[in-house]
Design a protein around this ligand. Structure first.
Ligand SMILES: C[S@@+](CC[C@H](N)C(=O)[O-])C[C@H]1O[C@@H](n2cnc3c(N)ncnc32)[C@H](O)[C@@H]1O
Length: 234
């Protein structure tokens, strides 16, 4: 009786881990996100599939409901897989699901996945760290408006001087870019964007912080900001 939080990887079904694929094939029930759907082909025909993804326009299942479903499934089944896009602990509320399982006394294991934090820059040919160019990268949620960021936050991002990766920022990247410029970033800093990385719908675009228009590709996108975004190593 174990619930496995399995990282599905960024989209391409070949980018799941060997362990993740083995667990999907062994699962009695799989609770999955929408973006993880291509991997369901690996499941047995008799595996119960529960879509807990938040499809655009559909009534969303609350995180509380997902937690409850996981605990109930963990009590009823030998092998439960909670299949989550990318990595279960990167902007994915995996910690809340683990906490619910702990409270419910259910055994669990987290199986990491390849996050789009890594896969999208690779798809754009933008190496996040590169000797002599960038020796650090900062991963940023673009979920909140930059004018609500804490005082000094943008300046500290710029001050670190490496690569910035923006997740969940498709709706706000123009305001994020303007905020970084106002905090001292050079308007000519390269930006790369990847929408739907590693899927048949993948699009890569390049721009600069001062002219962000070309990278407004819609969601889901990852943005890479910094000199490495100008290295197109595809
Ligand atoms: C709620 S977060 C989930 C992240 C996921 N846990 C991961 O590790 O990749 C959703 C955001 O991840 C990014 N994302 C996920 N999959 C993506 C993909 N295939 N291509 C581009 N961005 C992706 C986008 O920034 C999107 O807004």
């Amino acid at each position: 009786m174990t619930v496995y939080l399995v990282g599905a990887g960024p989209g391409d079904p070949e980018l799941v881990t060997v362990r993740g694929a083995r667990l999907i094939a062994a699962a009695d029930v799989i609770l999955h996100d929408r973006l993880a759907e291509p991997l369901l082909e690996l499941a047995r025909p008799d595996t119960e599939l529960v879509d807990v993804g938040k499809a655009p326009g559909a009534a969303p299942i609350s995180q509380e409901q997902i937690n409850q479903l996981l605990v109930e499934a963990g009590r009823r089944h030998h092998c439960v897989v909670r299949l989550k896009g990318g990595d279960p602990y990167i902007f994915a509320r995996g910690a809340e699901e683990v906490e619910a399982l702990r409270r419910g006394g259910i055994d669990y294991t987290v199986v990491p996945g390849i996050s789009s934090v890594l896969a999208a820059p690779a798809a754009a040919g933008a190496p996040l760290t590169t000797r002599g160019v960038s020796r650090t990268f900062t991963v940023l949620s673009g979920h909140t408006e930059p004018d609500t960021w804490p005082d000094g936050y943008a300046a500290s991002l710029v001050g670190i001087g490496g690569t910035i990766v923006v997740m969940m920022g498709a709706a706000r990247i123009a305001r994020i870019a303007a905020t970084l410029i106002a905090a001292g970033a050079d308007a000519t800093t390269p930006v790369a964007a990847v929408r739907s990385a590693t899927t048949p719908d993948e699009i890569v675009a390049r721009a600069t912080l001062g002219n962000i228009e070309p990278v407004l590709l819609g969601s889901p996108s990852v943005f890479v900001i910094g000199e490495v975004a100008g290295l197109d190593l595809r």
